[in-house]
Design a protein around this ligand. Structure first.
Ligand SMILES: [Zn+2]
Length: 442
């Protein structure tokens, strides 16, 4: 499976988080189902936006991209996203990219710029008219595209829809040597080259955000199939858009909407749960309320596992396993899969009152299935007692609870109430569990 990854000139936003989480869950589920998965997610580490941002900052482009690759890895880890098996970068795939452009020229699918004006000697374009199936992924037709799009006439191209494979370098830009002079690859060709290089000419799944279907993925098909003569990909998966309630966003988060902004208020696993609570193709609507719902849901699940010694082995024949698989086999229906997990939690909570042994057995199924979605991987008490970055005040809650218990023993009710109020104000919930007082953050 190849998934289009980040262009690393800024911090990841919620749209990036969705791609990371969705395809991580897909990989985990396919492995759980017995498939041998090689997951490749690329990094676009050279493009116009990167060059522009590095110039703005007055730094080398590679200093900028290194910083944001590091930041992306940190965000992914907060979201419980496992590293892909391979993570190729455009800048380290130049030979493969150049080779593919050469093949496309040799086979008559690409040409160098018609007029070598001062601004672009050495540009190479893909000739869309040479690829009969152009538009087969998005259902678009060349005639309609030509009629419908106001594409600026560009005298260097045969057809306004032709797209760039190799961009000649302007003075001062980072560049690589090529048969067409110094330059850098277009965005589309890097994904064709990197996916083929890692997975072969023909592979199973290609994923990415819905916004990439056209033209990015359409162009990848045109490039790869023209270059190799083989079918490129068996299955395309596109996750839906992320929509944001702007009013709410500006109120609570400001308008710079990055994963890091959300991580100040919510834990990574809460964001992950929120993403998986929608099926991947549906639009994902952000609101604080939905993040709060995710928080409550996860607290309930962790509370269910609290203080249980859950074994690794689980009963594969439990009816819930089958239901979970049915949901996930139905185009990765994660909301339905989460419903199965909640049903299991209800069963565990009931069994905890009557049959601890059976509760632990059920909890093993619950934990296993949640783990397949990358959830409930933390220690329950740690999760329940830790806050998101901003709510973690570092207070010693256990010491406060001990002080309250001491006050009660001394019949100092005023002091006991005062501490209780203090804990309330901090969002600490006290609960009786199996005869002990335990606490968690609300
Ligand atoms: Zn791509």
């Amino acid at each position: 499976m190849y998934v289009c990854g980040m262009t690393v000139y800024d911090l990841c936003h919620l749209g990036h988080a969705r791609v990371l989480v969705v395809f991580d869950a897909v990989t985990r589920y396919m492995r759980f189902s017995g498939y041998d998965v090689t997951y490749v997610r690329n990094i676009t580490d050279i493009d116009d936006k990167i060059i522009a941002r590095a110039n703005e900052n007055g730094e080398d482009f590679s200093t900028l991209t290194k910083r944001f690759i590091q930041a992306m890895h940190e965000d992914a880890s907060e979201l419980g996203v496992l590293p892909p098996d391979e993570e190729p970068c455009a800048t380290s795939s130049m030979q493969d990219i150049i080779k593919m452009v050469q093949t496309l020229i040799e086979k008559g699918h690409a040409y160098t710029a018609k007029t070598a004006g001062d601004d672009a000697p050495g540009d190479v374009y893909y000739d869309v008219s040479t690829f009969e199936d152009y538009g087969k992924l998005s259902g678009k037709k060349l005639e309609d595209l030509r009629a419908g799009e106001r594409v600026a006439v560009d005298e260097r191209k045969d057809d306004p829809l032709d797209f760039v494979l190799w961009k000649a370098a302007k003075p001062g830009e980072p560049s690589w040597d090529s048969p067409w002079g110094k330059g850098r690859p277009g965005w589309h060709i890097e994904c064709s080259a990197m996916s083929t290089c890692c997975l072969g000419n023909h592979f199973d799944i290609h994923g990415g955000g819905q916004d990439l279907q056209f033209p990015h993925h359409e162009n990848e098909i045109a490039q790869s199939e023209a270059a190799t003569g083989e079918t490129f990909v068996n299955l395309w998966m596109h996750n839906g858009f992320v929509r944001i309630d702007n009013e709410k966003m500006s109120k609570s988060l400001g308008n710079f909407f990055t994963v890091r902004e959300i991580l100040k208020l919510y834990k990574g696993e809460e964001i992950r749960y929120f993403v998986l609570a929608s099926q991947y193709r549906s639009p994902l609507n952000y609101s604080d309320q939905l993040l709060d719902t995710a928080r409550t849901a996860l607290s309930r699940l962790y509370n269910t596992l609290r203080d249980l010694d859950v074994p690794e082995e689980y009963d594969e024949n439990d009816a819930a396993v089958d239901k979970f698989k049915q949901a996930m086999d139905d185009d990765f229906n994660t909301p339905e899969a989460l419903a199965v997990i909640f049903d299991l939690a209800n069963q565990v909570n009931k069994l905890r009152e009557s049959d601890m042994g059976a509760a632990v057995q059920k909890a093993a199924v619950l934990k296993k299935l949640a783990n397949v979605l990358g959830l409930l991987e933390q220690d329950p008490v740690k999760f329940l007692q830790s806050g998101a970055a901003e709510s973690d005040d570092g207070a010693d809650i256990d010491a406060l609870i001990d002080a309250r218990n001491a006050a009660r023993e001394n019949k100092d009710w005023a002091e006991a109430d005062r501490i209780r109020d203090e804990l309330d104000a901090m969002g600490i919930v006290l609960e009786d569990k199996d005869g002990k007082t335990v606490w968690r953050r609300s």
